[in-house]
Design a protein around this ligand. Sequence first.
Ligand code: FAD
Ligand code: EGU
Length: 509
Amino acid sequence: MSEMIGRQFYNESCQCPISHFELDSECRRSNHQRAPNIMEESTDRQNRRKVVAVVGGGLVGALSACYFARRGFDVEVFETREDIRQAKIVKGRSINLALSHRGRQALKHVGMEEKIVSQGIPMHARMIHSLSGKQSPIPYGKKGQYILSVDRASLNKDLLTEAERYPNTKLNFDHKLQDWSAETGLMTFVRPDGSEEQVKADLIVGCDGAFSTIRKQFLRRSRFNFSQTYIPHGYMELTMPPINGEFAMKHNYLHIWPRNTFMMIALPNMDKTFTCTLFMPFDEFEKITTGDEVIEFFQKYFPDTIPLIGEDALRRDYFRLPAQGMVSVKCTPYHIGDKCVLMGDAAHAVVPFYGQGMNAGFEDCIVFDEIMHQLNEDFSAVLPEYTRVRVPDDHAIADLAMYNYIEMRAHVNSKWFLFRKQVDNFLHFLMPKRIVPLYTMVTFTRTRYHEAVERWHWQNKVINRGLLFTAAGAVLGGSYLLIKNPPQINNLIIPAEKMWNRLITLRIS
Ligand code: FAD
Ligand code: EGU
């Protein structure tokens, strides 16, 4: 175990001071060719730089490595997979993701916003596809308010490369965490050849995703709360190729086909394809067993997409991979003593029905960093504070995403979706300060998630009260008019026979 630490401490000697919140880019990009400073070297030896082990080199792990590196820690990232920058085929979850304000802010803090944004495709509105093939756009907000469709693999690669630019960061691929001890902090990694490696660090950051191995040790501890829920839906990704070298649909949109239990979403890619994600219950996925049944199903629910995805491609791709599951995980606390902390999906996996999983994980990094700054990087104070501050917000977004899943599944067809979003936007237009749509707070601000939920409840009260007053006003006003101009009573009486006929037709239709 000391081998790993040894390699870190005594070989590499970037002369960055222990704590440099405002580390300028010049220092870390100079390939540390600065002449060793004797004063710094001696302090380094006495007061060795702390080692932070980031377990998981996914989106959140790679970003959090940058944050710790910026602060001057010796960062070691351990990732099960091989280096995806060299790999030929990258398997993994969803191909593209919606990046919004929270994620962008987190990237901005490490100077990565511009690069990532330039490789994303702005989506200014949703495009709602009705069953008849009609398309209706609904803007996300004002002109500057858009979300970005970004490629997961390329985002992950860029973040790894960025982390690696810090001389005090080392990436260890082909290192799968097998187990670790919360008592000693000792981690055991397995290599592809079956060999084991043991590593110790001052702080372990668990960014190893929804099925976190780091989290397993939390489960064995007293007073750790944990819940995990699989939803009955699965998802499948299908690619819509370009037509004559151009996007098959308008590309600055998030395309949505809301069909209650069945739903499809499509996000654009830089290569002019769309990635369509079909959401439906697992038992429905299983009912479809032949190519003909696939076409029949699409004919019934998503007819406009058949020529765009291509009939042959549909028949083939539907059976390429089984549908993937979606899990929601909530837990608390996020830390063990001053030794270990969870971030990203390892701390909170959310269902993708708000497009916030990665954004929330990226925001975890900002929140942790802000607390590090406030509490002078004292892990024994920072970790409990991070749990205290962050848990309510992550739980709020997990609940919101689940709520939206249930709502969409229950009664969201294209008409309802259009209607609801238009009502939201209209109320916001009437009272721009007082009523802000929930998705706006979630997607375009850094309002704490739990505050967004509280505000939403409060707004709904205001709206309901408004509706009540409007209704009461209508009744009172109507009564007044009736009293002032009493109608001929005879005109109101419909012959009983006529009434009966009306009732019958109502029942039938
Ligand atoms: P992961 O991306 O899962 O990374 C974990 C990493 O840890 C992996 O690289 C893995 O190999 C590694 N690892 C695991 N175990 C070990 C181990 N034992 N040892 C070493 N390494 C290990 N979010 C959004 O913000 N916007 C969206 O539009 C969006 N759409 C989504 C659509 C779908 C269908 C799904 C399923 C999710 C979506 N998300 C979205 C959520 C987003 O994918 C996740 O929140 C995000 O990937 C979490 O990042 P992470 O780094 O915490 O975990
Ligand atoms: C799901 C899967 C539309 C990417 C939620 C909206 C999503 C994304 C919505 C996926 C929906 C649903 C919102 C964004 C976004 C909407 C949002 C969902 C990106 C409430 C790659 N959702 N998603 N809400 O408002 O706030 O447009 O896989 F269909 S982005 Cl489910 Cl803003």
